[in-house]
Write a protein that binds this ligand. Sequence first.
Ligand code: SF4
Length: 454
Amino acid sequence: MLDLTPEKHMDRTGVLINPCKTCQPVGALFAALGVRRCMPYSHGSQGCVSYHRTYLTRHFKEPAIACTSSFTEGACVFGGGPNIRQGAKNVFDIYDPDIIAVHTTCLSETIGDDLNTYIEEMDIPDGKYVIHCNTPSYVGSHVTGFANMMAGFIKYLAVKGKPTEQVALFPGFVNPGDIREYKHLLKRMKLKNIVFPDCSNVMDAPMTGEYKMYPDGGTTIEEIRALGSCRKVLALGRLTSEEPAAQLKRKCGVDFSLLPLPIGLADTDAFVMALAALNGGDVDAVIEEERGRLVDLMLDANPYYYGKKVAVYGDPDTVLGLTRFCLELGMIPSYVLTGTPGETFVRLADSMFKEYGRENECRAFAAKDLFDLHQLIKDAPVDLLLGNSHGKQIAKAEDIPLVRAGFPVLDRYGHPSLSIVGYRGAFALATKIADALMDAFDRNCADEDLDLVM
Ligand code: SF4
């Protein structure tokens, strides 16, 4: 399928081929779905929101609800004020959400629609809310949109108050299964908490036979208001959660710690120690056991990981976490790539390569696409691909095993409910990586080398 990808690498600026990111509103819509009884609302044309919903639905295999201002030619010329006024009224009348979370699209950004004024002048029913954030897609990626929507909720709703015992957790751009793993760790560490946003039980709601437009999960409006009186924010994912955490600090003075996504051993250790610093220093015995099991697996399967070359690609924080885990396993992350722009990603990856003495064997790229990755792999192959479904054509063309992790996984089921964070998530991921490498060995080895016991 990708047999015509040339080996010779050419620098491109005008076009992306097989992009490794999608547009800001996809992330904004996803963040809004993590708020209870919230209707995401796209201020733009119908085509945009159809794409955003489809993209999320294909990953989560769950309906991703959203409404739209439904721009026509008139709105493009005269502005979308009348559309959003009528749209918000219709949404409250028909779908009865507690809150509407508006994000913009390229079109409404380009014509310069003033959402602050539109919302100020809106007739909002008592006890209901409308919030917004700007998500121009010619900047950043879906990850940026996710952060912008979080900051939008905080800007409109968080209220400064007397500090409580609660700790706020900003989860990063992760799956519902990952949120469940965070909650497991928080519970074991006996910390009262608010997870914001919380897509668990929304984007992986159980089948009950009854359709609920607003499933039971999600951060409540009250909890978002209470973020302003939390004693601390643990903001996970340096490149995703910093802006919302900074917004909360600016508005309500709540202090935050910025941590990497807890993927793998060292980054989960850092998360658990941050939790321990908040609960008086205790680490629950069950968590220690989970850690021990992970270390045991890493040692047992080490000969199969060690020295294997891997290409890691996807969202920046996820890729950084996966890269460190690969280094911990003794693998060589030859190519580490994200489509999201930002040199911080490259700087953080480079310093990680140095830390593990692999600076001459590994390279990191931001704002690149999977065509670039394919060309790099054609030039110097790898043993494994680790990332989202968009790498599957490369995997097929080059006969390289692919372990799916991150967003989106469009071509397999169940992934959103699984976890790659925490010790248990790392255990599951390390198992998948070893399986993929060992399956490839079994598939390709000579008959006399096909061992039953490995
Ligand atoms: S026009 Fe912009 S917001 Fe709409 S789908 Fe395309 S990139 Fe996304």
